[in-house]
Design a protein around this ligand. Structure first.
Ligand SMILES: Nc1ncnc2c1ncn2[C@@H]1O[C@H](COP(=O)(O)OP(=O)(O)OP(=O)(O)O)[C@@H](O)[C@H]1O
Ligand SMILES: [Mg+2]
Length: 475
């Protein structure tokens, strides 16, 4: 049996991971790109190191923000995604370009921090909920038993639609005369049946809190989400007190009650405090598409000027205090990982102040045929494994041979070269095309063993290979 002392198990695990171990973990999902993996691993480790320093020094150690440079589809976002899953730190991915879009004029970039805080609060709440899950369940069970057994409480609503044969339900009068021992025995019997799921079909009536309130979208130029949040809070409070009685199945009631008990047992103020703490000391923001805001000319037309967006982002990266609905958040130690293709612009096109706040630059390499082969087969949930599993659900045994993998990889490289280089994304389009026939036939296909080899691949793609213009549209 595992005993958890607190909710920090996973965090402890990451704390103990050396940069080398972090890279090894990333290797399971992302092929190649060692430089980028090393950079993020070191940045993460440095934060753990910082937290072990005496406070006055720790305050001065700034995060080593990273810019990942690499053309499209080489794994920039993939690295960030995997990191997020591993790190158990509050993690937010935003496209820097969205701040320049027409619809977002005036959207303040501080919303990143507010979103991040929401994520941290939810994360912390879920952890706390796991900690008290047993308690909540036990309490919910007692309440269900109270509902089912009127003798032990004042709740008298019960009826049954399912056959409930084990013992005749005692009538109200019987119970008044019954001594405690008997009642207890009945209760324990009922508990056993409840746990075995035998009572799931019975209906109980339950007081539930009214949750639905009219959705009102409040959008104004001055910070959409802040207003939205406040409105929701207000309305939430307005409707919170309202309850209504609802009939439901026992299993549904159990879920409802567990949730209610959780809410009762979790101290949301403490959760918010922990969450704010986590945001300040260990959060990561992944700023994707940063190249889209590089360039100093102010955009012609309705777009917000890119330089303007950079200037807005600057204080947050630099370290500022942002007001969220859970309290103030200092952004000084949030780690920023930016990424961009930088085809048109270069990192040096960013305003100097921002460049200075991203001291680490790593380049991601273009993917080779060898990489493509590995991407298709090696990662834990690689593409070929995904297709095999998908088809298996319909009883098809897909045998995707090594020379087929080779053929697809070569073909992907060729198309990337001749048309647009979209990196490993090309594999998705090509594989989809190759497996089109089998996917379409699905359960009707005969025989159930389907072999895809190099010959099959070239047959499936032959029409498209011939015609370059066609391949431009199809792949
Ligand atoms: N090195 C890699 N290892 C494994 N899979 C990869 C790798 N590079 C790309 N992929 C696959 O290609 C897809 C696209 O990669 P990703 O989202 O990381 O691209 P990107 O570098 O962020 O590109 P963009 O600049 O267009 O955002 C991923 O879903 C992933 O499956
Ligand atoms: Mg990306």
């Amino acid at each position: 049996m595992v005993i958890y002392l607190s909710g920090e198990v996973d965090e402890a695990r990451l704390d103990e991971m050396t940069p080398r171990q972090i890279v090894t973990e990333l290797d399971k999902h992302v092929v190649g790109q060692t430089a980028a993996k090393r950079a993020v691993a070191v940045a993460l480790r440095n934060r753990v190191r910082r937290q072990k320093l005496p406070p006055d020094m720790a305050a001065d150690v700034m995060p080593k923000n990273i810019i990942m440079i690499g053309s499209t589809g080489v794994g920039k976002t993939e690295i960030a995604r995997r990191l997020a899953r591993m790190s158990n730190s509050p993690f937010l991915k935003v496209e820097a370009s969205k701040f320049t879009e027409v619809g977002y004029v005036g959207r303040d970039v501080e919303s990143m921090i507010r979103d991040l805080t929401e994520i941290a609060v939810e994360m912390t709440r879920v952890e706390k909920a796991e900690e008290i899950a047993d308690k909540a369940e036990a309490a919910a069970e007692e309440r269900i038993l109270d509902l089912l057994l009127p003798s032990s409480s004042r709740a008298t609503h019960f009826d049954f639609d399912a056959e409930f044969t084990d013992q005749p339900e005692p009538s109200g009068e019987d119970q008044l005369t019954r001594e405690d021992g008997g009642a207890n025995r009945t209760r324990e019997k009922l508990r056993e049946q409840l746990r075995a799921g035998k009572l799931n079909n019975r209906i109980v009536e339950l007081e539930v809190r009214e949750r639905s309130f009219p959705t009102i979208e409040v959008a104004g130029p001055q910070g959409v989400e802040e207003m939205g949040i406040n409105m929701k809070d207000m309305l939430g409070n307005l409707f919170q007190g309202r309850t209504k009685r609802r009939k439901m199945r026992v299993d549904e009631a159990m879920e409802n009650l567990i949730q209610e008990e959780e809410e009762r047992l979790i101290d949301m103020d403490a959760v918010a405090r922990t969450a704010l703490d986590r945001v300040e000391s260990s959060a990561i923001i992944f700023l994707d598409e940063i190249d889209k805001i590089a360039g100093r000319e102010s955009g012609a037309g309705p777009d917000v000027s890119r330089e303007g967006v950079q200037r807005d982002i600057l204080p947050i990266v630099e370290g500022t205090t942002v007001n969220t609905r859970y309290g103030m958040v200092k952004t000084d130690h949030i780690l920023f990982i930016a990424a961009g293709a930088f085809h048109v612009s270069k990192p040096s096109d960013l305003i100097p102040e921002l460049q200075g706040r991203f001291p680490i630059r790593v380049e991601l390499e273009s993917l080779t045929i060898e990489d493509f082969k590995r991407i298709m087969t090696e990662p834990k949930n690689s593409l070929v494994k995904q297709y095999r599993a998908l088809l298996e659900t319909e009883g098809i045994e897909l045998d995707f041979t090594a020379d087929a993998v080779d053929a697809v990889a070569r073909f992907a490289a060729l198309v990337n070269e001749q048309t647009e280089d979209i990196g490993a994304r090309r594999l998705h389009t090509i594989l989809e095309k190759v497996l089109d026939e089998i996917s379409f036939e699905g359960p009707d296909i005969e025989p159930k063993q389907q072999k895809v080899d190099a010959a099959y691949v070239s047959r499936a793609l032959s029409e498209i290979v011939k015609d370059q213009d066609l391949s431009r549209y199809i792949l």
